[in-house]
Every structure is written in C-alpha cells, then in structure tokens.
Write a protein that binds this ligand. Structure first.
Ligand code: KE4
Length: 432
C-alpha cells in the first residue's frame, strides 16, 4: 500500500498542529510509522488520502455503531440543516433525546447534554462534590475519563499509549484529591473505603474498561462499588462515554444490573458529532445550575445537529435484535481470530462485551487487570497492527484501545479480517 499523500499531509500538519494530530492517540507513536489521513468512510470502511480502503474497527473510537454515513443519520442531519445549525436556546429535539435517554438508561431521571465526554465526566465530578460537600474522588488505574485535570492520574488511552499516564501542567493539589485504586480489586476498594469512605465524594469508573484495551468487570466488582458508596454516602459515577449504547441498549449498568447515581455518556449518542451527556438521580441533578448551586454550562450544548444525529441513532438502536446481532458478529470475529492465533502458535486472548472487544498478544487465560494488559508483547502488537493495516484492516494504533464492530460489519468484512489476521499471526511467529 502507498501512503505518500498521508506522509505529505503529516509533514504539513506538524508545522501547524502539535504532533500533527488533534488527539495524541492518532499519532501512531506506540506502533511506529506515520498516521493515516482519512478522507472518508462508508459503512464498515474508511478510505485514506491515498485511496486505500480498510475495514474499520476504530469507528471514531466508538460513536459509529451504525457504520459510516448511515442513511438514517444522514437524512436526519440534512433535514436539520434546512432548519438551522444552532441557536443558543433550547429546542424541542433536546427534550426528545433527553426523554429517550431517560427511558433507556436505568440510572437517568434527568440528563444534561454537553459537547464531549471530558465535559460530561468533569461536570459529573463537580456535581458529586457539590452534592456531598466532599473533595476526595476515587478512580482506577488504566481508566481514562477524558483530559480532566484531576483525572489525569494513572490514566489510560492516549496517556497510557504515550507512556505518560500522568500529565504535566496538573497542579499537585489537584491530584492529591484523587485516589487511584486497582481495577477489579474489590478487596482493595473495601479496605480503602473502610478507612476513607466518609471523605469520598465519588467513585468514577468505566464499568467496562475500554482505555486499557477492553477489560470487563469481574463478578462482584461493580456490586462492591455500589455497596461502598451506599455505606459511605459517596456518589457512584459510571463513565459510560464508551460503553453507553455500545455494550447494550441500557449500557453496562443494564448489562451488569448495577445502577450508578450518575452516568457520563458520549460517542454513540452523537453518531459521530460532538456530544456528551451526564445525568442520574433527580435529587442530585437538582443541584445543577440554574436550579442549584453547582455551575455547569456550554455554548454548543445540545447542538441541533448532534441531537438530530443522536435521535436517529437511538431509533436505530431500539430495533429488535440490534444488539444480539452486533454481539454475534463480534463473537464470530473473535473466535475466528483465536482459532488462527492458536493454529499459528501465537499467544493471544480476547475480551468482548456486546459490540466492544479487546485483543491481547499475551497468554493470560482472560485479561482482567492493567498489570496483565501491560505484559502484552509490544513488539508483536506493532507487527500485528501493521500487517493488519497493510492487508486492509484499520485498528486503533495502540495496544491500549478497545475495538468496535458496527451494524455495517458483515460476513465479508469478518472474513477479510480473519484472512489478514492469519497473515499477521504467521508474521509474528516467523519473527519469534
Ligand atoms: P472525549 O472528551 O474524548 O469526547 O471523551 C473522553 C472519554 C471519557 N470517558 C471514556 C470512557 C472515554 O473512552 C473517553 C474518550 N475515549 C478515547 C478513546 N479511548 C478518545 C480517543 C482520543 O482521545 O482521541
């Protein structure tokens, strides 16, 4: 495959954009080589600036669960374009999408729209602190909740990818209020809360971790967080920016049957347009301005275009059998890859929840912790990534990102992926 145009664009981009990218994980830093410049997408495919076509498992990092340029989403957007782009005022459609989200997501009694996942988690934490009048927060190592100052502590996603899980520019006084525990370590959470619970404003957790690759909760973990928060009066926040409407219609909270007090959402609800949301118990949300004393605002919150796309998405997601089919397609992909890795004698294991998955080049039975994720063979991942890319499969350029299947991925795309995977595993085997 030729990448001359992407190469030229990258050189041009680096002159005017830091690192040549508008988000670090796109930079290919951990896999080597230069980032692709994507010029379009269609269904399960993206096309780069050199007209190379790839089966896409990034899906804009989760939003494109219907695939690129879904006709219903495009129709809703073109209808909205006829009316207007934004008003700085409330619209009937914002009420409709709030009603739909509250009907679908168990914890939502009220919800406010914002413009990114970072804004959603930042607002939820401020609200939890205002509601409890406490300052301490708890997060988990390897979880990423956006680039909120106080959460860039042992964070995942791009922070982990670049090997900088903490960030310069964040005052120590901010991170001293953030306690980092180990994901899936229920006993560790219990002992921390026994000592400090009364001081904790909130726990924020990815109910399925997707920023240290895909690591589902072990049985009892989410229930432990719920119990600890109930006993200590802390607020339980599920960061479902990635898992919301991705792992199931009601999100991870519906899949696992644990209801948080607040939920952060994003990605899928905007269908690829800038959106986020936070919501939950009415007695907590009532503290948000203008009714309450916790301030939160946004010029583009509830953007009519994002809301139009989101409403079209939610309609499609409520179709009977949508998640059964998405889950089955994802499972067939992963079982096929496991077969080919085993046949090649390459250590390989996978995780899956709904239409979200993780592939690990290591020999753990099942990866349940960050420590197991980072034991993965980085060199093998680089080979895997580039052989897949050269064979027309676009994966996230990081061993710490989850993969996403869309409704547009069918048997042809799965077979194409498995054929590429077979080549990748044999390349890894040859280089051992
Ligand atoms: P944004 O501010 O990037 O919209 O959302 C932040 C965020 C919050 N919570 C979770 C669970 C998230 O996964 C994210 C963002 N996810 C990453 C991908 N792992 C975004 C990709 C990027 O940073 O470019």
């Amino acid at each position: 495959m030729k990448h001359d145009r992407s190469q030229a664009l990258f050189e041009q981009a680096q002159k005017v954009i830091p690192g040549g990218v508008n988000s670090p994980v796109r930079a290919f830093k951990s896999v080597g080589g230069n980032p692709l410049f994507i010029k379009g997408g269609d269904g399960a495919y993206v096309v780069d600036s050199d007209d190379n076509r790839y089966v896409d498992y990034v899906g804009a990092y989760g939003p494109l669960i219907l695939g690129h340029r879904n006709p219903a989403v495009l129709a809703a957007l073109s209808k909205q374009l006829e009316a207007g782009l934004g008003y700085g005022a409330t619209t009937a459609e914002e009420v409709s999408i709030a009603e739909k989200m509250c009907a679908l997501v168990p914890s939502l009694e009220q919800v406010r729209l914002v413009t990114s996942g970072t804004e959603a988690t930042m607002s939820a934490i401020r609200l939890a602190r205002g509601f409890t009048r406490r300052d301490l927060i708890v997060k988990f190592e390897g979880c990423y909740h956006g680039h909120v100052d106080g959460l860039l502590v042992k964070a995942g996603s791009g922070a982990l990818t670049l090997g900088e899980p903490d960030s310069l520019g964040v005052p120590k006084s901010y991170t001293e209020l953030t306690h980092v525990l180990t994901y899936n370590d229920s006993e560790g959470v219990k002992s921390f809360f026994k000592e400090m619970g009364e001081q904790v404003a909130c726990i924020i957790v990815e109910p399925v971790a997707g920023n240290m690759n895909c690591v589902p909760p072990v049985p009892g973990f989410l229930e432990t967080l719920r119990e600890c928060c109930d006993e200590s009066g802390s607020v339980l926040i599920f960061d479902e920016v990635m898992t919301g409407f991705r792992v199931g219609l009601g999100g991870a909270q519906a899949v696992y049957g644990v209801t948080p007090d607040l939920t952060a959402l994003g990605k899928v609800i905007g269908g690829g347009l800038p959106v986020g949301a936070f919501g939950g118990r009415k007695d907590i949300m009532g503290h948000i301005a203008p009714d309450g004393a916790v301030y939160q605002a946004g010029t583009l919150s509830g953007s009519p275009l994002a809301v139009a796309a989101g409403l079209a998405m939610l309609d499609a997601l409520t179709a009977p059998g949508f998640y059964d089919e998405l889950t089955a397609t994802t499972a067939s992909l992963l079982s096929g890859m496991q077969e080919r890795a085993d046949a090649a004698g390459v250590p390989f294991t996978t995780n899956q929840v709904g239409g979200m998955f993780g592939c690990f080049l290591n020999s753990a039975e099942k990866v349940t912790s960050l420590s197991e994720v980072i034991t993965g063979d980085a060199g093998a991942f680089q080979k895997y990534f580039h052989v897949m890319l050269e064979n027309g499969i676009y994966l996230a350029p990081s061993a710490f990102e989850a993969g996403f299947v869309s409704k547009a991925h069918g048997p042809e795309e799965i077979q194409h992926t498995l054929d590429a995977a077979e080549k990748a595993f044999h390349r890894i085997k040859q280089s051992v």
